[in-house]
Design a protein around this ligand. Structure first.
Ligand SMILES: [Ca+2]
Length: 394
């Protein structure tokens, strides 16, 4: 065998030996192993999809089970009243038969972004109304026990009974109402809490106590262990006058919620009065939040509901001097979505919309295409031409 031939064979073999599946630890996937598998028993393939008949773990849904499902955290009430399990069991094959309205209620507030529902394929026609009950006590809402509409509602469909509804809701909500003929044969409901877009992103600390137990990347390693000595937290140095953690995103993101996991083994008061900031690529500040709670918490949730901008960096700075000035925490979760250019979608915004009508732009999160009725033909799907005769009157 000649040298050139040997090199040629070697080059052909090389890509096989560095495939993504070989290099990610169990439970992780993706080109940079940055995504956590959320299929039951870690049964993910290299793209995160469930294999071996596994479903998404409870509380996760969507492509590669990467979206947190807020619906499972709430209580579902239906009219007429049915056993909510039909809708909430994670099984698209079990469906209700005669629903008119559903109410999903939480005992706390969330920042709504979009929801997904699945209906029987042969019964995917009819009207749809989505409304919300806003946060009680929100000063921006005058009649806070009334429903507010789904502003700028956008409806997307795959033509097979899966629908995504996007609303521009700029207040926190604690109830979602969905009504209309379209949900009459409802099989599943998911309310997106977003993806944790901070996980495995670039983390930077203004100073670092040591490089063994304390590492900046511990803030985004997906491990919520709140004992500093277990090695999944970080700790800044004494004398750091502005102890700060920064998370830099590989792609711009739109954020709906931050969850900060304080350390629990000691020193929780150090996080009291923390300052949280999000900035755009052009250094424009979006979220600028200062903790005002009287006591330190194990976990802090900060909602981002208004004027959501495309963010490239998030920072947390400690401000409490009562026992020295230190920043020490165990995980920062940032829930949101990648901010894709129009015409592209997906976690990395590298997938191109593929709607039947090529002038249409798909939903940048899921790739589903606008739901439209043209004459008596239903069209609009990811690469599929659906033809469904509409009933009269629609
Ligand atoms: Ca951690």
């Amino acid at each position: 065998m000649g040298v050139a031939q040997a090199i040629h064979i070697l080059l052909m073999l090389l890509p096989l030996s560095i495939s993504a599946t070989d290099t990610c630890d169990t439970g992780w996937f993706g080109p940079k192993c940055q995504y956590m598998c959320h299929c039951v028993n870690n049964q993910c393939d290299a793209s995160g999809e469930c294999v071996g008949g596994a479903r998404c773990e409870q509380g996760w849904f969507g492509q590669a089970c990467q979206h947190e499902d807020m619906a499972v955290l709430g209580k579902l009430i239906t009219a007429p009243m049915i056993n909510a399990d039909v809708v909430m069991d994670g099984d698209d094959a079990t469906c209700a038969s005669n629903l008119t309205t559903i109410f999903l209620k939480w005992n706390k507030n969330y920042a709504f972004t979009w929801l997904r529902f699945k209906v029987e394929k042969e019964n995917q026609l009819g009207e749809l109304t989505v409304m919300f009950k806003p946060l009680l006590g929100d000063e921006t809402v005058l009649l806070n026990h009334d429903y507010i509409p789904c502003k700028d509602q956008k409806l997307y469909s795959d033509g097979n009974g899966t629908f995504d509804v996007v609303c521009d809701v700029n207040v926190s909500v604690h109830e979602v109402m969905v009504a209309g003929d379209l949900i009459r044969h409802l099989c599943s409901l998911h309310i997106s809490g977003g993806r944790n877009v901070a996980q495995k992103q670039q983390a930077h600390l203004s100073s670092n106590l040591d490089d063994v137990k304390s590492k900046p990347e511990h803030a985004v390693d997906g491990n919520m262990d709140s004992n500093y000595h277990h090695g999944s937290c970080f700790h800044t140095l004494e004398g750091d006058t502005e102890p700060t953690l920064e998370i830099w995103f590989s792609l711009p993101v739109v954020i709906n919620r931050f969850v900060i996991h304080n350390r629990a083994d000691c020193c929780q008061q150090r996080l009291k009065g923390f300052h949280l900031k999000s900035v755009t690529e052009g250094d424009e500040v979006d979220i600028d939040y200062t903790d005002g709670l009287p006591y330190p918490q194990n976990m802090y949730t900060v909602l981002a509901t208004k004027n959501r901008k495309q963010i490239s960096m998030v920072s947390i700075t400690a401000t409490d001097h009562s026992s020295g000035l230190f920043l020490s925490l165990c995980e920062l979760q940032v829930y949101g979505e990648s901010a894709c250019q129009p015409g592209f979608y997906g976690k990395e915004c590298n997938l191109k919309c593929n709607c039947v009508d090529t002038t249409e732009t798909c939903f940048s999160v899921t790739g589903l295409c606008p739901y439209e009725r043209k004459g008596l033909i239903f069209s609009g799907s990811t690469g599929i031409t659906g033809t469904t005769t509409l009933s009269s009157g629609h």
